[in-house]
Design a binder for this molecule. Structure first.
Ligand code: TPP
Length: 681
């Protein structure tokens, strides 16, 4: 079979004319990509442009063919940083891509916040990409799950390099997409190197296709990514499989990396002359040009004219990009959060007294009732079990298995899935991490991805995601079921952090969280789930919401202020009631949300009492108490009549044995002693 016949056979419904157009379009995308690289390289050398250049040389064909296999604006894509030919092929403008290289202000990509080649385009459905190798895979899975849940035939494309397949996220993504038979096309652009690490040091056996072939339901294509026919055929099959609801595919495309890893890298330090010669011999642009001539799609003269034309287009685009302004300095910290108005709250007559766990369950159920986009997932959350604490019990029975489902035991999957699901503007993931102690295996998706998507895309994308995490000690959970991680979370710009101490707050705050277009971490104290004293409250109504950033003065007092959250509010209130009997008047403040923080309420109280104690069960060193103390020193120094005091957990993991746990976590007696001393200072 001649090459030409093979190509025409790719799609028998299309005639040779269409095939020629497609081939020439592919060539155009490859040329633009190649000539843009040459232009960028020149600008770096002349010190006229950006400082960082990622060369695509060698990767042009796989990206171009992939893009031209999709439907722009319908399908979704998560292209990695060496996939500029994909971005161009899908429709990103040449001026925009050059403007990003020159870190200029443009609506797409990042407006100067990200290094070049981190693609983001709302209209083309390219969600905002990060620099973290491999974290795109699980987000793509989330978007594919969204397409499956919405019942639409949208395909999701995600690419990565060979090095990215060593990341656990890659395997979690293959696993989840096979379990759920999602419409995904994974493309690995295997250039044999991850910076200087050859595939022999990277992948057991050296074959990514073999490594992945054990995932049931995954179609695997091991191809030469410089061969037009092979590449087109593989992509066509993979996209068709996804679009027809038959599940995911993995295309492993062997390509040369003809340039350095980046402009900061010198491949001569680790590649031999023979390696360079082999790369040059595989050049997909040169090979495709020859193929087009051999198959009479083009003459030599036509090819030469096309090359000159494409080069001119790149020069013109670079001139336009260079005219664009740099982003304004005054906007450097804009778009960390998307603006949000809490829905109007309509109080209803007090309902029956409920505990915290019921409040959370009811808040979720009411919001699922109201909004078909609310979906609940996590480990064990489905059906009658409803999570290890039973918080989501029977939501599956009530709303169906698409609205409340179990995930594999993989926290990165849970957070990545939430990010990808929320990209469609329809879904509102309310995910559960079984214990805050296990958030760490999902922390990359949480800290590096979820928190900053709005900022990185300069406000183009946002993640309306709620992540619920049971946290805290006093239940003899040992070091791995007792952690209080609020200080870590509040240190990460872009996350809101909520910690309710009673059922009425929990219900209203969670409902607000579900409406919020930003990521919200909702920390639920395990020891308070069923506690009646202090925590049980009359049920609030379905239209009652509590705005974030409003601390609650739980108890008024004049002798000292205690600032607390979660379990410490309950203890502080109890101790304050005891001390009141002796005439010591303590004001108790429940922060309710750490981010945003209502420091005004704390300030007002300090002005009244002149004394401040901060209580938290997390370890003292760099705890959130240090933040409150620092702000008090900055803003209320002149009102303080005594040194600021902290009562906290010890700088020690939380041990299992009750006596040891009591020793490490703050107790009521510790609060009482500290308050007595402070009041009498
Ligand atoms: C999680 C993570 N670790 C390390 C890096 C630094 N880094 C950036 S690119 C890269 C190599 C990636 O190689 P590969 O996936 O094969 O893609 P290629 O660059 O070869 O196209 C490394 C180590 C990173 N960005 N992210």
């Amino acid at each position: 079979m001649s090459r030409l016949t093979a190509l025409t056979n790719l799609n028998p419904s299309l005639g040779p004319r269409h095939e020629r157009e497609l081939a020439l379009r592919t060539l155009a995308v490859m040329h633009w990509t190649r000539f843009m690289d040459e232009k960028m390289g020149k600008l770096v050398r002349q010190n006229k442009g950006g400082t960082f250049h990622l060369s695509m040389m060698g990767h042009e064909m796989i990206g171009a063919v992939s893009a031209l296999s999709l439907i722009p604006g319908i399908d979704w894509s998560y292209p990695y940083y060496r996939d500029r030919s994909f971005a161009i092929g899908l429709g990103c403008s040449l001026e925009d891509l050059l403007a990003v290289f020159l870190s200029r202000e443009i609506p797409h990509h990042s407006g100067g916040r990200m290094m070049p080649e981190h693609f983001s385009h709302v209209g083309l459905r390219i969600p905002c990409q990060s620099s973290v190798v491999g974290s795109q895979f699980l987000q793509a899975v989330g978007t594919a799950k969204s397409a499956a849940l919405r019942g639409v035939s949208e395909v999701v494309y995600v690419s990565g390099g060979d090095g990215s397949t060593s990341q656990g996220d890659f395997h979690e993504a293959l696993n989840f997409s096979c379990v759920h038979q999602l419409p995904l096309v994974f493309v690995i652009q295997d250039n044999g190197w991850a910076i200087s690490v050859p595939v022999t040091d990277q992948t057991a056996g050296g074959s990514i296709a073999k490594m992945a072939s054990g995932y049931e339901g995954l179609a695997v294509f091991d191809i030469d990514g410089c061969d037009y026919v092979e590449t087109s055929e593989a992509l066509k099959k993979a996209v068709e499989k996804a679009r027809s609801g038959c599940g995911p595919s993995l295309v492993v495309a062997k390509v040369p990396r003809m340039g350095p890893h980046s402009s900061s890298d010198d491949p001569k330090k680790y590649k031999s002359e023979a390696d360079f010669a082999e790369d040059r011999a595989r050049d997909p642009v040169h090979r495709f040009e020859r193929w087009l001539i051999e198959n009479e799609f083009l003459t030599e003269t036509e090819l030469e004219n096309i090359r000159v034309q494409r080069q001119r287009e790149i020069e013109a685009a670079a001139d336009i990009a260079d005219q664009l302004p740099f982003p304004e300095r005054s906007k450097a910290a804009d778009n960390v959060f998307k603006s949000f108005e809490t829905p109007p709250s309509t109080p209803q007559p007090a309902g029956e007294s409920i505990v915290l766990m019921d409040a959370i369950n009811h808040a979720i159920a009411e919001e699922m009732e109201r909004d078909p986009g609310v979906v609940v997932f996590g480990q064990d959350v489905a059906h009658g079990k409803g999570g290890v604490f039973g918080i989501t019990r029977n939501l599956t029975e009530r709303f169906g298995k698409d609205r409340c489902f179990n995930t594999p035991l993989a926290e990165s999957t849970i957070v990545g899935l939430a990010i990808g699901l929320s990209a469609d503007g329809f879904h509102k993931p309310v995910a559960e991490i079984q214990f805050a102690d296990y958030a760490w295996t999902g922390m990359n998706q949480l800290f590096n991805e979820l928190s900053s998507i709005h900022y990185r895309s300069n406000g183009q994308w946002n993640c309306p995601v709620v992540i619920r995490m049971p946290y805290g000690g006093y239940i003899q959970g040992g070091p791995y079921h007792s952690q209080s991680i609020e200080a870590f979370l509040s240190h990460c710009p872009g996350l809101k952090v909520v910690i309710p101490s009673n059922a009425a707050d929990a219900k209203r705050l969670l409902k607000t969280a579900i409406h919020d277009p930003n990521p919200v971490i909702f920390l639920e104290h395990k020891a308070l789930y069923r506690q009646r004293v202090f925590c049980a409250r009359p049920e609030t109504g379905p239209d009652e919401f509590l705005p974030f950033g409003q601390a609650n003065v739980v108890r008024e007092g004049t002798d000292a202020t205690i600032v607390a959250w979660g379990m410490m509010v309950v203890m502080a209130h109890d101790v304050a009631e005891q001390l009141a009997k002796e005439g010591i008047s303590i004001e108790v403040i429940d922060l309710r949300t750490l981010v945003p923080l209502d420091f005004d309420t704390v300030l007002t109280s300090i002005k009244k009492t002149g004394k401040l104690l901060i209580a938290h069960e997390a370890a003292r060193n760099s705890g959130f108490g240090a933040e409150i103390a620092a702000r008090a020193t900055e803003q209320a120094f002149q009102y303080l009549d005594a040194p600021i005091v902290r009562v906290t957990g010890k700088d020690c993991p939380v041990p299992y044995c009750k006596d040891l746990e009591d020793e490490v976590l703050p107790q009521k007696k510790d609060l009482e002693l500290a308050l007595r001393n402070l009041a009498s200072y």
